[in-house]
Design a protein around this ligand. Structure first.
Ligand SMILES: Nc1ccc(Br)nc1
Length: 446
C-alpha cells in the first residue's frame, strides 16, 4: 500500500539498510537530503518561472550562458569567512581533484570571461539559470540546492549598469504580478563602509571580512557583530562609526557624513536619478545597512525584499570590479545579481499569486477500431508536424472514455477515427470549447 510520507510517497515499510532499501526490498523513493524532485506539476511551475526569467533577460538584450554545476574548488575558496564558502559542497573526485558543486554562478561567469580574454566584445550582457548547491548540516533542515537566475554586465564602470540590472529585477516582479507595494529593493554601496573604515584607519585588507561580518547584523545581532569585528582588530569606536553610518536613512544624511564629493554619494545619487528615468524609483529604498554577504562586492549593492518583512531576501546583487583580478586576470568592471527560485515562490504563494499551469494538449486522437490505428497515427503525425500537441490514445478505448480523457487533458479538440466516416475519407472532430461536432475530410485536418 502507498502511504503519504513527508513530501513524497513510499511503499509501506521502514528503511532497514544503509542503501535506503526498505524491509520490503524497495529503494528509498525520496530524493537525497536537502534536494527536491520536480513532478510534472512542479516542473510546469518551474518552467513558467524560468520562462519569466528568460523573457526579462531577453527583453534586456542579454545572451544566455551556462557552465558545469561541478567546478574546480579553487574557484570558490575565499578567505573572508562567507557562509557561501563555509558551506561549500566540495569533495575530492576519483582523480584526486578538489572539486565543488557551484554555490553561485558568478565565479563561473568570471572564468568564462577570462577564458575569452580580450576577444570578448564589451560590454558583455550575459544571463544564466542554474542549479547551485551548499552543504549545510541538516540540523537546520534547509535545502541544499536551488536554482538561481543571474544577469551580469561586464565592461561598464558607471552605475548605468546597476540601473539596468535593477530595471530587470523590477520587470520580473511586475511580470509575476508584484507591485512596489508588495516588494522593494534596498540599495546602498560598499563605498559607504569603505569610507567610514578608512576614516577610522581600518586597513583595506580587512574590508571584505568586515563586510561579511556586518552583513550578518540582522541574523546574529549587534553584540556578536561587535565581537567578531573586535576579533578582526576593529576598535569599538570604529564599530560605532560603521554601525551609525548603517543607520542613516537618506542620501542627504550620507552626504553630511561623507561629504557631497564622496564616491558613494555620487554613485547613489546618480543611481536614483537613473531610476527616475526608468520609472521604477518608487521600488528603491536607500538602506546603508545593506552590505550583502559576498566578499567580492566593491560598490553598489542591492537586495529585493518583501515589504511585510516575512521572508529572506528575494534576490541580491551589486558591483564587483576586482573579481577577475582575484583570479589572476586583468580586472574589468562587473555588476550583476542572483535571483533564487525559492523565496519568490514562497512570496507568490503567500500573496495568492502563484499560478498553477495546467497540463494540456491541443488534440486527442482516438481510433475507434484497432484496424484504424494506422490511420489515427498518421493523422496524429500530421497534426504534430503542423505544430499541434497531440495525445494519441494508445489502447482500444470507447468514445465515452475518450471524451472524458480529452476533457481531463483540457484538449481543444477530440478527433474520432471511426470506420463509417473513414470509409468516406472523413473523421469526426469535436470542438470541446464550442461544443460543436463536425465530420471533415481527414486530409483537411490541421
Ligand atoms: N549558495 C546557495 C546554494 C544553495 C542554496 Br539552497 N542556497 C544558497
Amino acid at each position: 500500500t502507498l502511504k503519504a510520507a513527508g513530501e513524497g510517497r513510499t511503499v509501506a515499510g521502514k528503511i532497514t539498510e544503509p542503501t535506503g532499501k526498505t524491509d520490503k526490498g524497495m529503494i528509498d523513493t525520496q530524493p537525497p537530503r536537502g534536494t527536491r524532485d520536480f513532478f510534472p506539476e512542479d516542473m510546469r511551475l518551474r518552467n513558467w518561472l524560468f520562462g519569466e526569467f528568460a523573457a526579462v533577460s531577453t527583453a534586456f538584450g542579454f545572451e544566455q550562458f551556462d557552465a558545469p554545476v561541478l567546478e574546480s574548488e579553487e574557484l570558490f575558496v575565499r578567505k573572508a569567512g562567507e557562509e557561501i564558502t563555509d558551506q561549500l559542497y566540495n569533495f575530492e573526485d576519483k582523480g584526486q581533484r578538489r572539486v565543488a558543486l557551484r554555490p553561485e554562478l558568478t565565479p563561473s561567469l568570471a572564468r568564462l570571461v577570462l577564458q575569452r580574454g580580450k576577444t570578448l566584445p564589451l560590454p558583455a550582457k550575459w544571463f544564466a539559470i542554474g542549479q547551485c548547491w551548499r552543504y549545510e548540516r541538516m540540523t537546520r533542515g534547509r535545502r541544499r540546492e536551488h536554482y538561481q537566475w543571474n544577469m551580469d554586465i561586464v565592461g561598464v564602470s558607471g552605475v548605468e549598469a546597476e540601473a539596468e540590472l535593477l530595471a530587470a529585477v523590477v520587470m520580473l516582479f511586475e511580470r509575476v504580478g508584484l507591485s512596489s507595494r508588495d516588494v522593494g529593493i534596498k540599495v546602498s554601496s560598499r563605498k559607504v563602509l569603505q569610507s567610514v573604515m578608512s576614516q577610522f584607519g581600518v586597513p583595506p585588507e580587512s574590508f571584505a571580512k568586515v563586510c561579511v561580518i556586518v552583513d550578518k547584523l540582522d541574523k546574529i545581532g549587534r553584540v556578536k557583530v561587535e565581537s567578531e569585528l573586535a576579533d578582526l582588530g576593529v576598535a569599538p569606536s570604529t564599530i560605532d562609526g560603521v554601525l551609525s553610518a548603517m543607520s542613516l536613512t537618506s542620501l542627504e544624511q550620507l552626504a553630511d557624513l561623507l561629504g557631497p564629493n564622496s564616491e558613494a554619494v555620487q554613485d547613489l545619487t546618480r543611481l536614483f536619478q537613473l531610476a527616475e528615468g526608468y520609472g521604477y524609483k518608487e521600488w528603491l529604498v536607500f538602506d546603508p545597512s545593506v552590505v550583502r554577504g559576498l566578499a567580492y562586492y566593491t560598490g553598489v549593492v542591492f537586495e529585493g525584499f518583501d515589504r511585510e518583512g516575512k521572508l529572506r531576501a528575494i534576490c541580491g546583487g551589486g558591483r564587483y570590479d576586482r573579481l577577475l583580478g582575484a583570479f589572476g586576470g586583468d580586472n574589468a568592471p562587473m555588476a550583476g545579481f542572483g535571483f533564487g527560485d525559492a523565496v519568490i515562490v514562497e512570496l507568490l504563494k503567500e500573496s495568492g499569486k502563484l499560478p498553477a499551469p495546467p497540463h494540456r494538449v491541443d488534440d486527442v486522437v482516438v481510433p475507434l477500431d484497432a484496424s484504424l490505428r494506422p490511420a489515427a497515427s498518421g493523422i496524429a503525425s500530421r497534426l504534430r508536424r503542423g505544430g499541434r500537441s497531440v495525445d494519441l490514445v494508445l489502447e482500444a478505448k470507447k468514445m465515452k472514455w475518450a471524451f472524458k480523457h480529452a476533457e481531463k487533458l483540457n484538449a481543444s479538440r477530440l478527433v474520432l477515427v471511426g470506420a463509417s466516416e473513414w470509409e468516406r475519407g472523413n473523421v469526426v472532430v469535436k470542438d470541446l470549447a464550442k461544443f460543436e461536432q463536425m465530420e471533415v475530410p481527414a486530409d483537411s485536418l490541421v
